[in-house]
Design a protein around this ligand. Structure first.
Ligand SMILES: [Mg+2]
Length: 300
């Protein structure tokens, strides 16, 4: 652990740079709610449990430093499953130089339960919040949307197994740590959130916290393409599907926002308006209200 101690003592000692403050995020992942052993490899489950927290740190413009993993495993679960789960978790954490600094294990009465805490830091007072946006600001999103949810839809509707390697958006989504850091350092983003619950829901969170409304141009939404055939997913997955872990941010009009940041595509999809409502626009032709369709609701 960078400047601290790893597993072994009674507590983890985590040092943060002078002038920084701590960012802490926690996510509970449950078997059959957040992943399924028949659909997800153990490595993918481990990866996906950790990406949720890393993405939250990215959305604040912070740097993740340490992770804590508490695992409850049902009796009879093969040890190899647990080993591969940890391998997926550690492969992702080491990519971002995040150390596994502690955790706990227990026997679960039913199903795998993974509780992940990610600890990070950001220069004092510089965290990018959801509340800093103003009417007139432009709305941007990184990467492409809908790939993860569309893959989940395939998994639930098909008997045939699909190859995880062909669907990285769902099985190995990457947190946009570098993009978040650069947006903060360069003072570009007025507000930011990660797209974990779906564009309509996460945009609604940002609008609510900033006290603004939004207009989104349907044609501007970067819709993901999935699988070997790289087929574009249905728009509803891009609008309402969760677990893409892209960043949704706003920037004052007139700020220059590059079309790629840290190698990741950045797309302007609309602008913030006065009021509290969100609208979908089809050029100048049509305007319909966009209601947040929660990922949980959408998934059921
Ligand atoms: Mg989040």
């Amino acid at each position: 652990l960078d400047g601290g101690t790893g597993i072994g003592d009674d507590c983890a000692v985590v040092r943060i740079p002078k002038g920084h403050e701590a960012l802490i995020t926690t996510d509970l992942s449950l078997e059959d709610v957040h992943f399924r052993r028949v659909w997800h490899t153990a490595e993918s489950a481990g990866h996906r449990c950790l990406v949720r927290g890393l993405s939250d740190i990215a959305a604040m413009g912070g740097k993740p430093r340490a992770a804590f993993l508490s695992l409850a495993l049902p009796r009879g679960l093969p040890q190899s499953w647990a080993d591969r789960f940890l391998r997926g978790f550690l492969k992702l954490s080491s990519q971002f130089k995040v150390s596994l600094a502690g955790g706990d294990t227990a026997e679960s009465p039913s199903g795998v339960i993974a509780d992940v805490v990610v600890f990070g830091s950001v220069p004092k007072g510089k965290a990018v919040l959801r509340s800093g946006a103003r009417p007139g600001d432009s709305i941007y999103v990184t990467g492409e949307l809908g790939g993860s949810a569309a893959t989940l839809n395939l998994l639930s509707s098909r008997r045939k197994k699909i190859r995880p390697d062909d669907f990285p958006q769902h099985f190995r989504p990457m947190p946009r740590i570098e993009v978040g850091r650069l947006l903060r350092e360069n003072g570009v983003a007025s507000a930011m959130i990660d797209v974990s619950d779906g564009l309509s829901t996460d945009l609604a969170h940002l609008c609510e916290d900033s006290g603004v409304g939004a207009e989104i141009q349907i044609k501007a939404i970067p819709v993901a393409a999935i699988g070997k055939s790289a087929r574009a997913v249905d728009l509803r997955f891009a609008l309402h599907g969760g677990e893409d872990y892209e960043l949704l941010f706003t920037a004052p009009r007139g700020k220059t926002v590059p079309s790629r940041i840290a190698g990741v595509r950045v797309t302007q999809i609309g602008r913030l308006i006065r009021g509290r409502k969100m609208f979908l626009l089809q050029g100048d032709l049509a305007r319909q209200e966009l209601l947040p369709q929660g990922w949980e609701h959408f998934r059921s």
